[in-house]
Design a protein around this ligand. Structure first.
Ligand code: TXA
Ligand code: MG
Length: 338
C-alpha cells in the first residue's frame, strides 16, 4: 500500500501539542508514525492493534519472525504487557528508565502475536525523549516500534534518514533533528537466568551488574536462537565493509591500493585527524575520538559514504569499553557476510 508521508518538524525538548495530537490520531487509527527516541528513530504503531503492527513489517520489509520492542511512558504499563515481573525488572526500570535499556520479559496474553513473533516473551522499554514520551501518552496505548529504517539498512538517526528509507510507506515522520545517542538500546533478557545481554548499547554490562550481580553477554550461536534480530544482515550499507585494527596504517594502505587497482571506490572511517585524503577516489571520514560522539555520528557517516557511491568502506576498530562495545557490535554486523 502506497502512503502519503508527511514530515512535521517538532521541537525536541518541548514538542508542539498539535504535532503530537496529529501523530496520536494516526497511531490510534492504525497508521504508522516515525518518531525520535534518544537512541535512534523508531517506526511506531499501536502495539495492541495487530493490523497496525503488520503495517510495520510491510513498510520495513522486515522478516515476520523478528519481534518488535514495545515502548511505554509509565512504569505501570509494564503490568499490561508482562505476565509476571521478574526479580530485578523493577529495580532496573527504576534505575535506567526512561533510557536506552530494553527488557525481555514473559509476555501477557493481551499482546498481539505478531509483536512478539509468536514468542513467549516481550521486549519493553521507556525511551528518554520528550517527543516519544509525549506521543505515547497522547496515544494512551503502548507503541510497538522497531528502528525506522528499511530492514537491513543502518538505523535512522535523523528525520531525513527516515524519510530517505520510508517515504511512501508510512504516514508521518516527527522530525526532531539528530538523536542523542545514535546506537540502539541495550537488549537484556531477564526472562531466564543468568540475565543475558542480547544486544549491547549505551547501558553497559558493568552498570547492569551493579543492580543484578552477574550478567553475561550472549554468545554468537545462542544469540541466533534467542535474539531473532541477530540472524539477519544488519546496518548494511551497499558497500562492502572491512574492519582493521586501529593504527594499522599498512593494512589500510594495502587494502586501498588493492581496491584502486580493481577500479573500486573506497571510503575510510578513521579517528586520526592526520589521515589526509591519501589518494584519488578515496573518501576519508574523520570521526570524533570520544566514543559517545563517535556513536552519535556513526550511522550517518555510513549512510553518507553509501550516498557517495563507494564500493568499499574500511573502518578502524575502536576500543571495546563503554559504548565502544555497542559500536564494535554494529561495525562487525555491518561487515558480516560481505
Ligand atoms: O533503541 C532501540 O531499541 C530502538 C528504538 C526505536 O527504541 N529500537 C530498535 O528496534 O532498535 P529493532 O526492532 O530495530 O531491534 C530490536 C531488537 C531486535 O534484534 C529484535 O530481534 C530484538 O530486539 N527483540 C525484540 N523482541 C524480542 C524478544 N521478545 N526476544 C528476543 N529479542 C527480541
Ligand atoms: Mg533495527
Amino acid at each position: 500500500m502506497r502512503r502519503q508521508t508527511s514530515v512535521v518538524k517538532v521541537d525536541p525538548s518541548n514538542p508542539e501539542r498539535e504535532a503530537i495530537a496529529r501523530a496520536a490520531e494516526i497511531i490510534k487509527a492504525g497508521g504508522l508514525v516515525a518518531f525520535p527516541t534518544e537512541t535512534v528513530y523508531g517506526l511506531g504503531a499501536d502495539a495492541l492493534n495487530p493490523e497496525a503492527v503488520k503495517g510495520i513489517f510491510v513498510a520495513k520489509g522486515r522478516p515476520l519472525d523478528n519481534p518488535i520492542i514495545v515502548h511505554v511512558a509509565e512504569l505501570e504499563h509494564l503490568g499490561i504487557l508482562a505476565d509476571s515481573i521478574m526479580a530485578g525488572a523493577v529495580a532496573l526500570a527504576e534505575r535506567f528508565w526512561p533510557g536506552p535499556l530494553t527488557l525481555i520479559l514473559k509476555k501477557s496474553a493481551g499482546i498481539p502475536d505478531n509483536v512478539t513473533a509468536g514468542r513467549e516473551t516481550v521486549a519493553v522499554r521507556m525511551p528518554r525523549n520528550n517527543v516519544a514520551l509525549a506521543l505515547i501518552r497522547a496515544c494512551g496505548v503502548p507503541i510497538a516500534a522497531p528502528s525506522a529504517n528499511l530492514s537491513g539498512r543502518p538505523s535512522g538517526t535523523t528525520g531525513a534518514h527516515v524519510f530517505q528509507d520510508l517515504a511512501g510507506k508510512i504516514d508521518l515522520v516527527l522530525d526532531a533533528g539528530p538523536v542523542e545517542i545514535g546506537v540502539e538500546s541495550t537488549v537484556l533478557d531477564i526472562s531466564t537466568r543468568p540475565p543475558t545481554i542480547l544486544r549491547p548499547g549505551a547501558v553497559t554490562a558493568e552498570e547492569l551488574e551493579g543492580i543484578l550481580g552477574q550478567v553475561v553477554l550472549g554468545k554468537q550461536g545462542e544469540l541466533l536462537r534467542r535474539s531473532p534480530g541477530t540472524r539477519y544482515r544488519h546496518y548494511s550499507p551497499k558497500a562492502r565493509v572491512t574492519l582493521v585494527k586501529e593504527k594499522d596504517r599498512e593494512t589500510v594502505d594495502r587494502l586501498v591500493e588493492k581496491c584502486r587497482n580493481r577500479g573500486r571506490r573506497v571510503g575510510i572511517i578513521t579517528r586520526r585527524p592526520d589521515f589526509r585524503q591519501s589518494s584519488e577516489g578515496v573518501i576519508v571520514k574523520v570521526m570524533p575520538r570520544e566514543l559517545g560522539e563517535y556513536a552519535r555520528h556513526m550511522f550517518a557517516v555510513i549512510r553518507e559514504l553509501d550516498g557517495e557511491g563507494v564500493d568499499e568502506i574500511i573502518v578502524e576498530e575502536v576500543e571495546e569499553r563503554g559504548i565502544g562495545t555497542a559500536i564494535m557490535d554494529r561495525l562487525r554486523k555491518a561487515a558480516w557476510g560481505k
